[in-house]
Design a protein. Structure first.
Lengths: 464, 489
């Protein structure tokens, strides 16, 4: 297994003969493929819908290449050991998203793709900023409570008068100077950092105290405080903001991270019970939720509704898709955002949708792998939390539009139209790059290792 | 912390596999069903931008056709004859789906039918735009027009069905009031919505095909079935005398059934022929009880009751009903087509057609043939098919003579055609006290060598006094006009 090989490399820091491969060359080759796919998709859209090569194809290619090149160069300089697969996946997804948004622009007579390209440039800028200013991920663990508070503040921002703003019934937006943002996207990342930092400090109490019941280690009542607090917070967001997706995602991430920190399955069980309880309560109280569940049970109660149209689109695409520019994804409501997955499934077919799902899975697996390889508990928690949370979001939104689970309002990372989501996912990826760089970087010489004997011993025990 | 991370990774893998399986299910296995749903706008749009095939009458007059237009759909569906053929064509609406023939023959008309596969392949290779195939129906425009004029001239609500007795081909299928299907095929969604709203709100239900999809109590036309059962039993012949008092005491009941005019039929013991001629209620109620409900039901079912007709054409026709377990008084009422007996005009026409065709009921059909886009190469042609032997040839002959007597000497005088012997039977069915009776007439001609059978029902006749509503007075002239139209051509 590659995992074992990777561990063998890091477990033998003394052996100078092993020079770990940085993978920057691989990354470059993959990036060229990614840009090729993105540009080809963009050109295909115009060929399919309008029967001509887009006049700005070269400019598009140039812009995309420039943004990618900047990201690649910064990785070479600031995170040379980073996983070489992450950035190419992100560029491919961004390219497919841009192509689909451009395709919907043609159908709807809008120019959202150029806005999205601008947002991507801002995202790359933040990506670069994170890699330059966060030299070591451990600095992020310093202020768990401040971070937690900051995350919560961002979450409640849309509820404030004047700047708070509702779109399609969900009050998750703020409006500053005519531009709208979803602060929840940033809050998600900050809260994951806060969770990781908090759990690293308290995990012993959460893991060790308590008693066994029916073969399951139950936590002490007073240690339940934090999880109940987050649960109530998530429910609060749900009720006040009238949006199911973010609260399920947030609570899910927290439960996963508490499980990773404590290695006790009882937290997962407890979390699932709380989700069920919250779900039942929400179903009874929040009309929005009951409606979503009705549409999940029978999407055709409104034959022109979101889920029905999404399914029609997927069916219309079939195995191989209609081809870019040749389907009718514009018939699906909000196809450029929540339903971009089904729009791509329509024009690229099952084949394309499977490829996209696998790209996401690969990206998540790279993050989890960094979590396995990292030596410090905060880094492990952060990497696993970011990666698992990322994939959970993908599952919730793609599962929703393909009617695997009830639909909830979440964006599809890197594909959906929307600045806040795109920019913050670039930040998330910057953190994963930083973490994977730390994970794959050869351990420092043994002299340093022996000065941190305690940590080193703990790590050996934990890695097994 | 590595083992929980590994477990989380395994969990993510599970979620990923679930997404993949679900996507495969939707796009590979469920897709056909989803694409076949009539409200699926993608498939409709696809079809809209293709030249849909025409629906033709027996003489190749198109009653539904697609003509090129200059908008995003490229073709406009048109119904040149409008309301008169609406029950046949149905409509083809972007928002509200398809109905009637547009729905039943959609695969052919849209060109998706497997039998057009080779055609599609050729179009693909030659780069020609794929077109839909044509559906030729059995409808005779002259008969349809005569029936339409007969019903609409006086503003009747009703229906007419005419059948070619030897083949079962339906020559006329008219339902009034009708509607214009053109606005339903409009490319303006507002116009479609408005039309649809008006159709739904109209208490007269103009989009209901009364000829095949609405059952009504048949009243005295059902006496043909009772008479057939009597003759088939072997205990009766046309000259057998039966009691026909002014009032028939319903068995096991204190109620009695009076004749319409309150008098005994002729001398009180009319022959079977005489009873049919003057439509004697008490005599047939008596016969019904003598024969029993099982004999009546069996005879009714041989004529087609209890079996859905036009299933080959997928036209959603209603199944006519003889009650399943009537007691004695109910059996007596059933014998004169009241109580829970209910029949479509198509069913009543089938009764006449079977009698006319020496007792053999032919399977009725509406689609004569379907062909490719070039209109010359038929893909499939409907072969006439016997359904059942309803009565013996002898009984058929006796019934024919009795029905001729009805037209020549009895209640059906209005159906007489000069120089041609017509066989017929009237009916005036009560439904409830607060609404006027239903006027029925069914007939066939020529009696010696029958070719066409007709059934007419008039549900509502505005400006007609209640007492003047009767099958002979209102319905028989329409039946005559339809028969003349068929025989004249």
């Amino acid at each position: 297994m590659s995992l074992d090989r990777a561990r063998a490399r890091t477990d033998a820091p003394a052996s100078e003969a092993v020079t770990p491969r940085r993978g920057r060359g691989t990354e470059l080759v993959l990036l060229i493929f990614a840009i090729g796919i993105a540009t080809f998709a963009y050109v295909s859209v115009d060929l399919g819908a309008l029967g001509r090569v887009p006049p700005n194809a070269l400019a598009y290619l140039g812009g995309l290449s420039a943004a990618t090149a900047v990201a690649h160069v910064v990785i070479r300089l600031r995170a040379p050991y980073a996983d070489p697969v992450i950035l190419p996946i992100v560029v491919t997804l961004c390219g497919l998203g841009l192509a689909m948004i451009h395709r919907l622009d043609i159908a709807d007579g809008t120019t959202r793709a150029s806005t999205q390209l601008t947002w991507m440039a801002i995202g790359v800028t933040l990506f670069v900023g994170v890699l330059i200013f966060v030299r070591d991920h451990r600095v992020l663990s310093r202020l768990p409570y401040i971070a937690g508070l900051g995350g919560l503040l961002l979450l409640v921002l849309p509820l404030l008068p004047v700047i708070g703003h509702s779109i399609r019934g969900a009050r998750i937006w703020i409006n500053v100077g005519g531009m709208t943002f979803q602060p929840g996207e940033a809050a998600k990342i900050i809260l994951i950092i806060a969770f990781a930092a908090y759990l690293v400090q308290t995990r012993d109490a959460l893991a060790l105290a308590g008693r066994r019941f029916l073969g399951v280690d139950l936590p002490r009542a007073r240690d339940l405080g934090p999880i109940l607090l987050v649960w109530l917070g998530a429910l609060g967001i749900l009720v006040v903001q009238n949006d199911l997706g973010p609260s399920v995602l947030l609570f899910g991430i927290f439960v996963l991270m508490i499980y990773i920190a404590t290695e006790r399955i009882s937290w997962i069980i407890l979390g699932l019970l709380l989700i069920l309880a919250g779900g039942f309560a929400a179903n009874a109280v929040v009309s929005h939720v009951a409606e979503r569940i009705d549409f999940w049970m029978d999407p055709f109660i409104d034959p022109q509704g979101q889920v029905a149209q999404s399914l029609y689109g997927l069916a219309y695409g079939g195995l191989l898709g209609t081809g870019l520019g040749q389907g009718r994804p514009d018939l699906t409501p909000i196809a450029e955002s929540d339903f971009i997955g089904s729009a791509l499934g329509e024009e690229l077919g099952l084949t394309g949708l499977i490829a996209i799902i696998l790209l996401y899975a690969l990206l998540a697996s790279r993050g989890l792998r960094a979590g396995l390889l990292l030596r410090d508990p905060f880094g492990k928690l952060l990497a696993a939390g970011l990666a698992a949370g990322f994939f959970l979001q993908v599952f919730i939104v793609l599962g929703g539009v393909t009617r695997l689970i009830p639909l909830t309002g979440l964006t599809t990372p890197f594909l959906s139209l929307g600045g806040s989501s795109l920019v913050m996912n670039w930040v998330l990826v910057a953190l994963l790059i930083r973490l994977s760089d730390a994970a794959r970087r050869p351990a420092p010489p043994s002299a340093t290792a022996s000065s941190q004997t305690d940590t080193a011993v703990t790590q050996v025990v934990r890695i097994r | 912390m590595n083992s929980p991370i590994r477990r989380i990774a395994a969990g993510c893998l599970l979620l990923c596999v679930a997404l993949l399986i679900n996507a495969t299910y939707v796009q590979a296995f469920w897709a056909d069903d989803l694409n076949a749903r009539s409200e699926n706008r993608r498939v409709l749009l696809d079809e809209f931008s293709r030249e849909r095939g025409p629906i033709l009458l027996a003489d190749d007059t198109p009653v539904a056709q697609s003509v090129p237009v200059d908008d995003e759909y490229q073709f406009q569906r048109q119904y040149p004859e409008g309301p008169i053929y609406a029950p046949l064509t149905g409509y083809y609406s972007y928002f509200f789906g398809r109905t009637a023939m547009e729905r039943a023959q959609n695969d052919i008309l849209s060109g998706d039918d497997d039998r057009l596969f080779v055609r599609r392949l050729i179009d693909l290779v030659t780069g020609e735009e794929p077109r839909g195939g044509a559906v030729r129906t059995t409808i005779d425009p002259a008969a349809q027009q005569a029936a339409w004029d007969g019903l609409t001239d006086k503003g009747f609500k009703g229906a007419v069905v005419a059948i070619d007795v030897q083949t079962g081909a339906i020559l006329a299928m008219v339902s009034t009031p009708s509607y214009d299907p053109n606005p339903m095929a409009s490319h303006s969604t507002a116009e479609q919505q408005e039309t649809r709203d008006a159709l739904t709100a109209d208490p007269n239900k103009p989009d209901l095909n009364r000829a095949i999809a609405q059952r009504l109590p048949p009243g005295s036309v059902f006496k043909l079935v009772t008479a057939a059962a009597a003759l088939e039993s072997g205990d009766y012949d046309p000259n057998t005398e039966v009691p026909g008092p002014a009032d028939y005491d319903l068995p096991q009941s204190t109620r009695s059934l009076p004749n319409q005019n309150g008098q005994a039929c002729l001398d009180g013991t009319p022959t079977l022929t005489e009873a049919l001629r003057i439509s004697c209620n008490t005599a047939f109620a008596y016969l019904g009880n003598e024969l029993g409900d099982d004999a009546l039901r069996e005879q009714a079912e041989k004529f087609g009751f209890g079996t859905q007709p036009l299933t080959n054409d997928d036209m959603n026709a209603a199944t006519s009903v003889f009650p399943s377990d009537p007691d004695a008084p109910q059996t007596a009422l059933s014998a004169i087509g009241q109580f829970d007996v209910s029949a479509t005009p198509l069913q009543i026409a089938m009764v006449s057609a079977a009698i006319a065709n020496d007792g053999v009921l032919m399977e009725p059909y509406l689609v004569r043939e379907v062909s490719g886009p070039d209109l010359v190469s038929p893909i499939e042609r409907t072969e006439p098919e016997e359904r059942t032997r309803a009565v013996s040839p002898e009984t058929a002959e006796e019934l024919t003579s009795m029905m001729v007597d009805v037209v020549e000497n009895g209640t059906g005088g209005n159906a007489q055609i000069e120089g041609i012997q017509v066989a017929g039977k009237t009916g005036t069915a009560q439904s409830s006290a607060d609404r006027p009776p239903y006027a029925w007439f069914t007939s066939f001609a020529p009696a010696d060598e029958p070719s066409v059978a007709v059934a007419v029902v008039i549900e509502d006749a505005p400006d007609t006094a209640r007492d003047d509503i009767g099958g002979g007075r209102l319905a028989a002239p329409i039946a005559r006009a339809v028969m003349e139209a068929v025989l004249g051509s």
